[in-house]
Design a protein around this ligand. Structure first.
Ligand SMILES: [Cu+2]
Length: 416
């Protein structure tokens, strides 16, 4: 086949024109060559195509300037002050906005729970909020609380990595009586410092718990004893007070239920239900602390560590009175808690009993972080009555409804 055939493409032809050696060739080739030379002042010699030193130098300078510019441009979008020492190994939430001024401390705060720190895997059907019995030492009720990272099922198919007291979410329920002398030996098995705060209780300042405010944080592997006399009665709770937005959010909290010294002052009810609320941010097998900010909004919600339909069902008879103790153990979100089947009476707020004249009826109560509401719900009619959050997204499991709902929902099953 003739190598200068008419079928070749224009690009190929240009290349040949530039390398023209004047060896004859076909008429077609010569014609193309003439066309290629039309724009040149010099004749078709090799010299015309050689770069001069000034040309090479200017291209080199331009390249260096362009590279330096690109480097500065990309650096303006990154925080080059962060190194592996600050953020090594962290897994950040998908969708979290991290700008060049996001410090390493913020990233450590928002990062996924490190799976290598898990020291206990709870059985799938394990329950949180289990009563913890004290031992009595010299008239003092002594409780041991141990913080560690665990795996915990909020649903049979959904396992999270949680920060937990005594291997459960919520932490163990502490039943006290007004006037008790108590000591809490807190041991820290986390890989970070922690402390514990006794929310709402009158205690000596040194026993209050906020890290760096009233005490040095308990280091990883360390322990601290909190000791005080119980001066109040009602519904309270305890929670971590170190990096609270991470540690409490991931499960470091539990109920403190204090009976009045005089039993006659107790709120009369046939049954009790404690409702501790929590949000979770569980994505692709990683657990991040849920917060009201981009990329870390929660997608699971639990009552006492379980999402509906894994929440407990309360069994009642018509005419019985149920005392519900709502505890705002939720960290970043408010939950308007609603009960079907007619109004309930609010009998205590934040651990303080309301006098009869100050009690009032509602069917929905906003339970904000830290708040407590004790309400009496009378079982008026037989049937399955729902107790649930009225932010409807909070009654889904990762946006899915199953068996009529999800998340912050449970059933009050009333029989005749
Ligand atoms: Cu809610």
């Amino acid at each position: 086949m003739h190598e200068h055939g008419g079928g070749e493409n224009p690009k190929e032809r240009r290349r040949k024109v530039k390398g023209h050696t004047n060896t004859g060739g076909s008429a077609e080739d010569k014609h193309a060559g003439m066309a290629g030379m039309a724009g040149m002042s010099a004749g078709p010699s090799d010299v015309a195509f050689r770069a001069t030193r000034p040309q090479i130098a200017s291209i080199a300078v331009l390249s260096v300037v362009a590279l330096a510019g690109a480097l500065v441009f990309s650096a303006s979008y990154a925080n080059l002050s962060l190194g592996a020492h600050d953020v090594g190994g962290l897994v950040m939430p998908p969708g979290m906005i991290m700008t060049r001024d996001t410090p390493g401390q913020a990233m450590r705060d928002m990062a996924a729970v490190d799976p290598t720190t898990v020291s206990y895997r709870a059985p799938v059907d394990a329950q949180g909020d289990q009563p913890l019995e004290p031992r009595i030492e010299g008239g003092v009720k002594v409780y041991d609380l141990e913080a560690s990272v665990i795996e915990w099922n909020i649903l049979p198919y959904e396992r999270v990595m949680a920060y937990a007291f005594n291997h459960q979410v919520p932490g163990p329920r502490i039943n006290l009586t007004e006037g008790d002398h108590v000591r809490f030996n807190v041991t820290n098995h986390l890989h970070e410092p922690t402390t514990v705060h006794w929310h709402g209780l009158v205690v000596p300042n040194s026993m209050d718990g906020p890290a760096e405010i009233t005490q040095e944080p308990i280091p990883a592997g360390g322990s601290f004893s909190y000791e005080f006399a119980v001066q109040q009665s009602g519904t309270f709770f305890y929670h971590s007070h170190t990096d609270v937005d991470r540690q409490q959010t991931l499960g470091l909290y539990g109920a403190l239920l204090i009976a009045p010294k005089d039993a006659a002052h107790a709120i009369a009810a046939d049954q009790e239900l404690v409702v501790q609320l929590q949000e979770w941010n569980e994505r692709e097998g990683y657990t991040y602390p849920a917060m009201p900010m981009e990329g870390v909004m929660p997608n699971f919600f639990t009552i006492n560590g379980k999402a509906y339909p894994s929440t407990e069902t309360v069994h009642l008879k018509v005419g019985q009175r149920l005392l519900v103790r709502f505890i705002g153990s939720n960290s970043g979100f408010i939950h308007p808690m609603h009960i079907h089947g007619g109004p309930f009476t609010i009998v205590a707020t934040d651990g303080v009993r309301l006098p009869e004249s100050a009690r009032y009826e509602k069917d929905t109560v906003n339970v904000g972080p830290g708040e407590r509401y004790d309400v009496i719900w009378p079982a008026r009619e037989p049937g399955k009555w729902l107790l649930h959050c009225h932010i409807n997204h909070h009654t889904t499991n990762d946006n899915v409804e199953e068996q009529g709902g999800g998340g912050l929902m449970l059933i009050l099953d009333v029989t005749p």
